[in-house]
Design a protein around this ligand. Structure first.
Ligand SMILES: [Zn+2]
Length: 285
């Protein structure tokens, strides 16, 4: 993996104005998994069938170069042997199929040629390359200890850090939410949440504000802003997926906007991902 030196100066939303519970926690050992229990979970677990939708639009036999890129650059860790998912990337019954499809949507939602130029306005153009530049190991857990935990980025003192996607992050939410969750977790490589859990309505994954959400660097965008920004661009500009998924992206973004910031950002997205100011006197808006 090449760690690209990228400083995101401006994270802009689609219009003029301007993850997912996800935590930074100490690493724990990964227990042995029975992958067959994963494969048995039907696609119907997501009400809009988002993972299946994306897989159907992906010409898999032509895409092994793309799969190889994602596998290598995200450094899939301990995924070998999961129901031959590598050879059947469109099989969204498998965790690997769902993860690959979420990564595909991250990188190709609006383009066939993802860019690594993070200065581009449209985050959809460079999301996958940016994420791959940060994530050193990409992992999956088959154990859902806390039903609200969708993913986490863990640190070992002696290295071997990894981002882990939980079963509920892959199987119990629509695919564009999984993609934005990966954006959220990617931001945690070097940037944790900077407000206490009880300072946000959702009691966890709490950033101080839209402009200040990073414990490593004061006044830098945090994981929730990356999460919301990807969702807003997806809702507004995506050429893949469906109107239902784009609308769901705005719903998810608004959930984060209303519950993931200590200081309310004072805007919400419409169903097309366009932000509009809101007045909430009790929240200082
Ligand atoms: Zn987080």
């Amino acid at each position: 993996m090449n760690r690209l030196v990228m400083i995101v100066v401006l994270l802009s939303l689609p219009a003029a104005m301007v993850s997912a519970q996800a935590e930074l926690e100490p690493a724990t050992s990964t227990p042995e998994c029975d992958w067959n229990t994963w494969a048995g979970i039907p696609n119907a677990m997501t009400t809009m069938g988002g993972h299946q939708d994306i897989a159907l639009t992906w010409d898999c036999p032509m895409s092994h170069g793309v799969i190889d890129y994602m596998w290598r650059e995200m450094n899939f860790y301990k995924w070998d042997g999961i129901n031959n998912g590598y050879d059947a990337p469109c099989n969204t019954a498998t965790p690997i199929g769902r993860a690959l499809n979420a990564l595909l949507l991250m990188g190709y939602a609006t383009t066939n040629n993802p860019s690594c130029d993070v200065n581009g306005d449209n985050m959809l153009d460079w999301a996958l390359c940016w994420s791959a530049s940060w994530v050193e190991q990409f992992n999956v857990s088959c154990v859902q200890e806390d039903p609200t935990l969708l993913g986490r980025t863990s640190y070992y003192l002696l290295g071997s850090d990894y981002t882990t996607i939980m079963p509920n992050g892959l199987y119990r939410q629509e695919i564009e939410r999984t993609s934005s969750l990966i954006m959220h977790e990617s931001r945690h490589w070097g940037c944790g949440h900077n407000a206490d859990d009880d300072q946000c309505a959702r009691r966890g994954s709490c950033d101080q504000s839209w402009d200040n959400g990073c414990d490593e660097e004061e006044s830098q965008p945090g994981a929730n802003r990356y999460d919301v920004t990807w969702l807003s661009w997806y809702a507004n500009y995506s050429i893949r997926g469906s109107w239902l998924l784009q609308s769901d992206a705005s719903v998810r973004a608004n959930e984060i906007l209303s519950s993931g910031f200590r200081r309310d950002p004072c805007f919400r997205l419409d169903e097309n991902g366009i932000p509009h100011h809101i007045s909430l006197p009790d929240s200082g808006c």
